[in-house]
Structure formats: C-alpha cells, structure tokens
Design a binder for this molecule. Structure first.
Ligand code: COA
Ligand code: MG
Length: 294
C-alpha cells in the first residue's frame, strides 16, 4: 500500500498523540528522535508502545510507524526493544549512512519479531537517506543491497546542513541550494533504482497551504509517491496532491484505450502525440493509484 502522507507526531506529547487518530494521514510517524527533548525520551519510550498496543494492527485506520534514534546512539536499541512487541508497521531510521545501516536494523528486527511472536519481515523500513555527509554517496547502493524490508527512501535537508557545517540550505530566491537539490534528485533516482517509493521531505512553512500543494504536486509529477507532514493542516493537501486528479485519470484511461484499440502496436498516437510503452505503463500506474484511493 502506497502511503501518501506520513504525519509526524512527537512521541512524548499526550495532547498530540490524543489527536493523531483523527488527522486523516495514511501513516503516522510516532517520533522518538529529534521532536523529543533528551529528558523526555524515557517517557516517549513508554508512551509510544502504549499508543501502538492500544491500536492492534487489525484495528488500525492509519499505518503506525516509529522514528527511532540513530543507530549510532545507545538509544536505538532501547527504542526497538520497547516498540517492536507492539507491532509497528514500520520504522523510520534517521541519519542512516547507507544500506548497511538498513541491513543492520533489519537483522535487529528479525530477532525482535521472533521474540515478540510476530511474522518475520512484517515491519518495513524507511531511512532518511541524506542526513549525513556520507549518505548521499550511498544513494545508488540501495538498488544492489536487496533489502526486503525497504519501503522507500526519503531525504532531509536540516540535518545534512548541520552535518556539513552549513549556515543554511536556501538561496536568496528561497529555493534549495544546489547541494540539497542534488541529494533530492539522487534520493528520487536511488529509490526507483531500488524499486521502492520515493518520499518527499517536509514542507517547513505550515502556514503556506498553497505553496505546500504546489510543491507536492510538482513532487508527484517528478516521481515521488508521498510526503512527510509536520502539522495537521498539511495532511489533506498532501493526500490530495499524491492522488491522481480527475483529468489525469481521464487521460490515463484514454491512453490505455488507444493501445487497446491497436493490440499489436508498440506505439500509437493520441491527439497528434506519439505514445509508446512507457506512456502505457505510466497510465496503468496512474489508474492503479486512483483505484487504491477512491
Ligand atoms: N500531531 C498531532 N496534533 C498536532 C500536531 C501533531 N504533529 N501538531 C499540532 N497538533 C495539534 C495541536 O496540539 C493543536 O491542538 P489544539 O487546537 O487542540 O490546541 C492543533 O493541532 C493546532 O496546532 P498549532 O497550535 O497550530 O501548532 P503547535 O504550536 O501546537 O505545534 C508544531 C506546532 C510544529 C510544534 C507541531 O505541529 C508539531 O509538533 N509537529 C511535529 C513536529 C515533529 O514531529 N518534527 C519531527 C520531524 S521534522
Ligand atoms: Mg532530523
């Protein structure tokens, strides 16, 4: 199931956890990492498993993911030991250096799933794959790594700027500077090379719904299938942007019909434009996405 909206909820906030079911997100990410102050981490590590346990997998409206602390910290294992018995749908791993980190997490999950009596391999993994200086160089390596739990790749700009000693990541025009556009594109390509989802990063200005909608539509047009949300007001726009529009669905149906009218042709024309097999595949993907969300 493709996830359009991944909504972050700080794992130590009783108030925000209390609202999370009603947000309409395809997935929640219950955070144990940077949205939680160090002194609150032990509390979050109890609250998140309790939230999960109160919503067993069969009763879940949204997928329930957990962002753990980076594998390089001692908190990561404590996080996993606390949450896996409550059967999260997935684990987001921040500051991953590359596929070796995902493989390591996957081995931990193998053992913890067996211990908890869960189906082995059920918990998926989404790395934030650009948050260290090393990470961008490994984006092409996910494809060869055969990581069965890998749901997708996502990227983040804030931790990367901090990792490279940058004082900012936006140019005078308000757009990402080259380094961040580069890692964004490599995330997109690396995800598709690995046959997994590309998940767009968050839109930090949650007071700008029009900007969020436009940039999310642009991301979907480029090949991203979902996006991180950080505020309840962002969920509906993200779901909308990553659902094919009526016009797109109509166009996809016409492309498929044009090929069906000429079953032996590898290339056909529609409204004076050439169509070949990649267009047909794209149209089928659009319809499949539409069927899923209607
Ligand atoms: N999950 C659930 N509920 C949330 C929420 C979230 N992530 N963010 C805000 N809400 C609730 C608020 O509690 C508030 O409820 P109320 O109307 O009953 O008071 C309502 O939605 C409106 O929130 P608002 O007052 O506009 O924002 P805020 O000042 O409470 O919080 C943020 C702003 C950015 C701190 C908050 O949205 C947040 O915590 N986002 C997630 C941040 C995060 O996890 N980051 C880590 C990844 S980068
Ligand atoms: Mg971060």
């Amino acid at each position: 199931m493709t996830i359009r909206s991944f909504m972050f909820v700080p794992g130590d906030s009783e108030k925000k956890l209390g609202k999370a079911d009603a947000l309409g997100a395809d997935a929640l990410i219950l955070d144990l990492e940077d949205a939680v102050a160090p002194a609150r981490k032990p509390a979050a590590r109890e609250m998140v498993p309790a939230f999960l346990a109160a919503r067993p997998p069969a009763a879940r409206q949204a997928q329930l993911w957990v962002r753990i602390n980076p594998l390089a910290t001692p908190e990561a294992l404590a996080d996993l030991a606390a949450v896996v018995p409550a059967a999260p749908d997935g684990i987001m791993i921040p500051k991953a250096d590359g596929p070796a980190d995902v493989a390591r997490l996957s081995h931990y999950l193998d053992a913890l799933e067996v211990q908890a009596g869960l189906e082995r391999g059920g918990i998926r993994i989404l790395p934030v794959a650009t948050e260290t200086a090393k990470a961008p160089f490994a984006l092409g390596d996910y494809a060869a790594a055969r990581l069965e739990r890998l749901y997708g790749l996502t990227w983040g700009a804030e931790d990367l700027s901090s990792a490279i000693g940058a004082s900012g990541n936006l140019g005078p025009d308000g757009e990402w500077t080259l380094t961040y556009r580069l890692v964004r594109s490599l995330t997109l390509l690396g995800a598709h090379a690995a046959g997994v989802e590309a998940v767009e990063t968050l839109y930090v200005d949650f007071g700008d719904p029009d900007g969020l909608l436009a940039s999310s539509r642009a991301a979907r047009a480029e090949g991203f299938s979902g996006r991180i949300a950080i505020h309840p007001s962002q969920v509906a726009a993200i779901n909308e942007a990553f659902t094919p529009s009526v016009a797109e669905v109509d166009g996809a149906r016409r492309v498929i019909a044009a090929f069906e009218a000429e079953p032996d042709a590898g290339t056909v024309q529609l409204d004076g434009r050439m169509l070949d097999i990649p267009h047909l595949n794209q149209a089928r993907r659009t319809l499949a996405t539409h069927e899923k969300y209607r």
